[in-house]
Design a protein around this ligand. Structure first.
Ligand code: CA
Ligand code: CA
Ligand code: CA
Ligand code: CA
Length: 478
């Protein structure tokens, strides 16, 4: 094992320090408060003790490759006193399913949001979210930026006390989007990342007027999502040179699924958007810096558990693909960094296989809350030394009337990736892929379809394990 990790220790587990039954006592108060008049009622609640603030900074469609090169302030803040995870995955590499997994700590087959459109968004039971549990524990919750695709903008997000949520889409994700700002509908002409930053700074100032009450804040920027706009003044910012890595140069695609949705000129088109994509991360980096300075000025740095992540990755010409929603590394692997001085080890690289489903259980442990048994949590707390050998990646049809894409599921470990593609009702396996990630990190040679039966791995156990994980729930997923 190369895992170079250990708990820094130093804190008594918070859970034991909290009065038993506090959550139950707060439940009745908040069930009325959070739904009807959350902002007015929030200040009336009893104050919890010793719980950290929770900060989640999330980008949209940011692949790992070299994108963090554009975010030196973020890398420094998280890297110096925090932990960088190098094997983090979006379990369903699509915005809304991933965001629902982040809110709940559950795989999409359990929270039910399998695509971006309205009917799927409505499958999320908001009682299963971290915003519910933290609201009940006395947190003041805020979300600024992207919420759930398909959400009716006229509706307020449950269990949040302050919000500015955008209904974006293309350019309007950056300029001129429709926003719901604490219940008021607004069209905002300002650049969205800066608008989110200003909300964040105001919220922190306001929340800390009551220092003892912890808060949770999501900063869900639209960048670097296509079309990757940023203000004019960043147009000349230096960008590292585009790299035609082996996955982008792959010439023999005969091993790949015959139904793969290749895009002609995928690599050229990805390259054309590359500089804009990279530059759109600069304002995000500055937002992180502004939030860092504000936390320091308010004396909250040590008492805040912070996360930086993307909701999913993106195929930028690798294997001639140009989208998310694919099982391969560029679409499923995400940047993921954590910071909580004294709890996450400083300056550490953690190579455990983790996922978007691990954020919520990590927050539950940090905040000392126990989720409702009726919504079993599939992920694991990153504050523990727990490890998993493999993680499930899963994907469904984008829309019942758009059956362009093929549903798939995959078992990913540090050693290999195994993928099954299914027919529409997900009963029959249509095609399989297996990549040995040690000898083939760029996923150029699918050993199950390379015209060499002699090198085929025996996948019977892997197939069985994948089947188990596709039906797993709670502890059974680990
Ligand atoms: Ca996304
Ligand atoms: Ca405080
Ligand atoms: Ca190949
Ligand atoms: Ca073979």
């Amino acid at each position: 094992m190369n895992r170079s990790r250990g708990r820094a220790g130093g804190r008594t587990p918070l859970r034991t320090a909290l009065p038993a039954g506090l959550g139950v006592a707060l439940l009745a108060l908040f069930m009325s408060a959070a739904h009807r008049a959350p902002r007015a009622e929030a200040q009336e609640l009893p104050l919890p003790a010793l719980r950290p603030n929770v900060l989640v900074i999330m980008t949209d469609d940011q692949p790992v490759n070299n994108t963090m090169a554009m975010m030196p302030r973020t890398r420094h803040w998280f890297g110096q006193r925090g932990t960088t995870f190098t094997n983090a995955f979006a379990t369903t590499p699509l915005c809304c399913p991933s965001r629902a997994s982040i809110f709940t700590g559950r795989y999409a087959h359990n929270h039910g949001v399998k695509a971006n459109y309205r009917e799927e968004t409505d499958n999320l039971d908001h009682d299963s979210t971290m915003q519910r549990y933290l609201a009940e524990a006395g947190y003041r919750n805020a979300i600024f930026g992207k919420y759930l695709n398909g959400w009716d903008r006229a509706e307020d997000p449950p269990f949040f006390h302050d919000w500015a949520i955008i209904r974006g889409g293309k350019e309007r994700g950056y300029y001129g989007g429709d926003w719901n700002v604490n219940g008021q509908q607004e069209v905002v002409s300002r650049y969205s990342t800066n608008y989110i930053r200003d909300h964040a700074l105001r919220f922190l100032e306001s929340a800390e007027t009551l220092d003892a009450r912890p808060w949770m804040m999501f900063l869900n920027v639209y960048a670097p999502h296509h079309p990757s706009l940023s203000p004019e003044r960043y147009a000349e910012v230096d960008v590292p040179r585009w790299i035609d890595d082996p996955a982008r140069r792959e010439s023999n695609l005969a091993d790949k699924p015959p139904f793969a949705r290749r895009v002609s000129g995928a690599r050229r088109r990805a390259k054309e958007n590359y500089e804009a994509q990279m530059r759109s991360l600069v304002p995000v980096d500055r937002m992180v810096e502004a939030v860092r300075l504000q936390l320091r000025a308010l004396g909250e740095t040590e008492d805040t558990i912070a996360f930086f992540m993307s909701d999913n990755g993106y195929m930028s010409g690798e294997h001639q693909l140009l989208r998310k929603s694919e099982p391969y590394t560029p679409a499923t692997k995400i940047p993921f960094m954590t910071r909580w001085p004294g709890n996450f080890e400083a300056g550490l690289t953690d190579r455990r296989v983790i996922g978007n489903i691990d954020l919520a259980p990590t927050v539950y442990e940090a905040a000392g809350v126990t989720p409702d048994e009726s919504f079993p949590v599939d992920g694991m707390s990153l504050l523990d030394d727990a490890t998993r050998d493999d993680i499930l990646l899963e994907y469904w049809q984008e829309h019942p009337i758009n059956q362009t894409y093929v549903p798939w599921a995959s078992l990913r470990t540090r050693r290999f990736q195994y993928i099954e593609y299914y027919d529409q009702d997900m009963q029959q396996v249509r095609f399989r892929e297996y990549y040995d990630l040690h000898s083939d990190p760029w996923q150029l040679e699918n050993l199950l379809n390379d015209e060499d039966p002699a090198n085929d791995p025996d996948v019977s156990m892997i197939e069985q394990r994948l089947g188990e994980l596709r039906r797993c729930s709670g502890e059974g997923c680990r």
